[in-house]
Design a protein around this ligand. Structure first.
Ligand code: NAD
Ligand code: UDP
Length: 324
């Protein structure tokens, strides 16, 4: 057991897979600041060393270059399983690998959790609801997912991962937590990953056309990364009998056209909106029902879209100025 007492703080040894990615790097930073030992595991497919550069000098932070589709054995108390490309552009580069990361990766991480008796949290996604015909989405809704489309490698991969987590729990008593993350944004999103918040900010900062797919009436709810971390960490600390799934997202819903207008206004941009074709199986409407998270974790998203866009815009402004 790696838990130890140091300066009256209970330190845990925590593995974060996908720790060099957007959400993973913020999570490593937060868990480190709470006095834990962090193993950041990543294959650097979409993650980057720049995201974790500022943590490397901390002796309680270690980086392991590894792919979770292969077995590994590490003595840890907790595992946050975030490894998986999250943006459609990236997860569709090699869809078979995306399925393997979700399925074989989950088997490997769950097998390790079983052996070392670690608690393990799965970063699942609102994509398990697919193009939902129930609105807003509660955890007991089973979803409307196309099993053979271009998004299926991710959506079905994440659904199968949830199945594996539940079966390891029922069959082997592994302590699991499944969190369904809704669209999350913030500093360290990759500039080239095609997600809507980063795309719009970068286009607006450069006074280029803002690319709205379809007529922009489709909706999403956008959660700032700090709200997500608070929800995930509280959930990890719940009793062992609590497995989830639990939705973690912001309940305020925006159309993509509204988002475009807010970003153009906040960046004082001269950009115009350019309408482009809607990608295949693009969900029409998405908003979490977070009643369960409120009841279970006493948690709800607190950071408004405009509040969260401020540091995100500042991050991309800085990134673009370095490129000049
Ligand atoms: P990201 O692409 O920035 O991070 C994913 C990280 O996983 C990267 O560092 C990547 O290099 C690493 N990785 C990918 N495949 C790997 C493998 N086989 N082995 C080891 N490392 C691997 O994405 P993110 O936005 O930080 O997402 C993190 C997690 O949260 C993902 O599992 C994603 O599905 C989930 N999620 C994110 C969102 C969101 O809006 N950002 C929404 C729902 C769910
Ligand atoms: N989108 C858009 N313009 C862009 C990128 C995305 O209009 O430049 C739309 C996309 O079609 C989708 C929404 O924004 O309807 C959110 O896309 P994202 O890829 O960020 O997340 P997801 O579709 O996975 O929720």
């Amino acid at each position: 057991m790696a838990i130890s007492q140091h300066n009256n703080v209970t330190m845990k040894r925590i593995l974060v897979t996908g720790g060099a990615g957007f959400i993973g790097s913020h999570l490593c930073e937060r868990l480190l600041s709470e006095g834990n030992d962090i193993l950041c595991l990543d294959n650097f497919f979409t993650g980057s060393k720049d995201n974790i550069l500022h943590l490397l000098d901390d002796h309680r932070f270690e980086v392991i270059r590894h792919d979770i589709t292969r077995e590994i054995f590490l003595e840890v108390d907790e595992i946050y399983n975030l490894a998986c490309p999250a943006s459609p552009i990236h997860y569709q580069v090699n869809p078979i690998k995306t399925v393997k990361t979700n399925v074989m990766g989950s088997v490997n991480m769950l097998g390790m959790a079983k052996r070392v008796r670690a608690k393990i949290l799965q970063a699942s996604t609102s994509e398990v609801y697919g193009d939902p015909d129930v609105h807003p989405q509660r955890e007991d809704y089973w979803g409307n997912v196309n099993p053979i489309g271009r998004r299926s490698c991710y959506d079905e991969g994440k659904r199968c991962a949830e199945t594996l987590f539940m079966d390891y729990h029922r069959q082997n008593g592994v302590r699991i937590k499944i969190v369904r993350i809704f669209n999350t944004y913030g500093p360290r999103m990759q500039p080239d990953d095609g997600r809507v918040v980063s795309n719009f900010i970068i286009q607006a900062l450069q006074n280029k056309d803002v690319t709205v797919y379809g007529d922009g009436s489709q909706t999403r709810s956008f959660q700032y990364v700090d709200d997500l971390l608070e929800g995930m960490v509280r959930f990890m600390d719940t009793e062992d009998t609590i497995t989830g799934p639990v939705n973690v997202g912001n309940e305020k819903e925006f159309s993509i056209r509204e988002l475009a207008n807010v970003v153009v206004e906040m960046t004082n941009s001269r950009s115009k909106i350019m309408y482009m074709p809607l990608p295949e199986n693009d969900p029409v409407q998405r908003r979490p029902d977070c009643s369960y998270a409120r009841e279970l974790l006493n948690w709800q998203a607190k950071i408004s879209l405009r509040e969260g866009l401020l540091p995100t815009i500042a991050y991309f402004e800085n990134l673009l100025s370095q490129r000049k």
